[in-house]
Write a protein that binds this ligand. Structure first.
Ligand SMILES: *Cc1c(COP(=O)(O)O)cnc(C)c1O
Length: 444
């Protein structure tokens, strides 16, 4: 449907009054459509009309469905039943305190990549949940904070980091539990900015140095080696590269054990892709679980999983209002009040998000580039999209905005960041107020 009005996976455009269908039991198909749906020509999130939310909280506005997130966690856990595992939600995908609380209540731990994320997890009241600390550059201050917080394990990405971690742990009179993130050097076949397992990637320790790095880790007195970690990339739409990577990790685990390294956990990272358009193929959760079972089922290790996007990606829309339309020399533009500072993914990853009018329109469609007010040519939300002729003030819903949406938002062009609303059934809670101009200059 290139260029067409693609309803996307996150939003269902059934025209008749929606019936409350139970979430599909098959985890193959994302059950999220039922949480964003149309009633009498108007889009709803669960039982709340998106137009009423835009009226109450203005735009741009992120709207999350709590039920969608819970359903997605449930589908994931169902697929992994029978695997000894720990699910640690990747906080960077979407890190509002209310979402972290929701995910912790659903039984998950957390994967963090900064001291700020550790602060958020604890602030959400989820500090007792297990935490793994990932990332290629942790400062001594961040390491000390994480040691004090008692994180379950540090995923270490270099020999240099092993030495720093050992030194900080010595000063704190603690032993740090570590897993080494190895780079299995497979092509995850995803966008180059989210592929992390290539041999040119800054992430992880090259497989051929892994044994030596483990020997170093074993020799450092303030470290306790507990596991192996990998993460080959994000928005994975096929599982073959992951299966290949995990087969290599398995060989490493077996070899390390032969050398007396007590490998108790294998962290398989995150990265499962979601459908941004109805036509997008997504990996099967059953198949994913099967690959993990095949690789590690007989080794008696505990599997750590770090899903981010999968839990929240299709659980939110970004609401925006049309400011005006304009005809350029070669293209027609629909200028809206959301921009790349609110949703960076189209500019950064060439991402394609569904865009649909919140109130159904029978107007003829025309082709538009949907752009924001920011002074950058990369400031677009969609290119060459057929939309029913938009009028100033019309509301549009941008689908699939839950992951790497608000969490990547900035104040570029001195634009206050959007508000966030969490809908749960009939209830809508403002979980982050819109920033004010005063927020923009705070600290200057
Ligand atoms: C970003 C990241 C994740 C989460 O990736 P998703 O594609 O959102 O599932 C998990 N682990 C690590 C180490 C990451 O950097």
């Amino acid at each position: 449907m290139a260029g067409g009005l693609d309803p996307g996976a996150g939003i269902c455009v059934r025209r008749e009054r929606s019936t409350a269908i139970a979430a599909k039991s098959s985890s193959d198909s994302l059950p999220l459509k039922i949480f964003f749906h149309e009633r009498r020509g108007s889009l709803f999130c669960e039982s709340v009309s998106l137009a009423s939310l835009a009226q109450a909280h203005q735009t741009p506005l992120y709207v999350y469905s709590a039920s969608a997130i819970r359903a997605q966690v449930r589908a994931f856990e169902t697929a992994l039943a029978g695997v000894d595992h720990l699910t640690c939600y990747a906080v960077k995908a979407s890190s509002n305190l209310a979402l972290l609380k929701l995910v912790a209540d659903a039984g998950c731990g957390f994967d963090i990549v900064s001291g700020g994320e550790l602060y958020r997890v604890r602030k959400a009241g989820a500090g007792a949940a297990p935490i793994v600390y990932s990332g290629v550059g942790k400062s001594e201050r961040e390491i000390a904070e994480a040691l004090r917080a008692g994180v379950l394990q540090f995923n270490v990405e270099s020999e240099a980091e092993l030495r720093i971690l050992d030194a900080v742990a010595a000063r704190a009179r603690r032993r740090a539990r570590v897993a080494l993130r190895v780079n299995p050097e497979v092509d995850a076949r995803t966008h180059r900015y989210v592929a992390t397992g290539l041999n040119t990637s800054k992430f992880g320790i090259p497989m051929r140095r892994a044994r030596a790095a483990y020997a170093l880790a074993q020799s450092l007195p303030h470290l306790e080696v507990v596991g192996v970690d990998c993460h080959i990339g994000s928005q994975l739409t096929m599982l073959a590269p992951l299966a290949e990577a995990l087969a290599r990790v398995r060989r490493l685990v077996v070899e390390l054990r032969e050398r007396g390294v007590n490998v108790r956990t294998v962290d398989v990272g995150g990265g499962l892709g979601i459908a941004y358009r109805t036509s997008d193929a997504t990996p099967s959760l059953e198949r994913y679980a099967e690959i993990i079972r095949q690789a590690f089922g007989d080794l008696g290790v505990r599997i750590i999983l770090e899903p981010g996007r999968l839990f929240v990606g299709n659980a939110a829309v970004l609401l925006t209002r049309v400011l005006l339309t304009k005809q350029g020399a070669a293209r027609r533009f629909c200028v809206v009040d959301a921009a790349m500072n609110d949703l960076l993914r189209p500019a950064l990853y060439d991402a394609i998000h569904s865009i649909i009018p919140v109130i159904r329109s029978e107007k003829p469609t025309r082709r538009y580039d949907v752009v924001g007010p920011v002074c950058e040519s990369a400031d677009f939300l969609a290119l060459g999209r057929d939309l029913p002729e938009p009028q100033p003030g019309d509301l549009l819903a941008i689908g699939g905005a839950g992951a790497y949406g608000f969490s990547m938002a900035s104040n570029y062009n001195s634009r206050p960041r959007a508000a966030e609303v969490l809908v749960d059934g009939k209830r809508a809670s403002l979980v982050r107020r819109r920033e004010t101009y005063a927020d923009l200059t705070r600290g200057e």
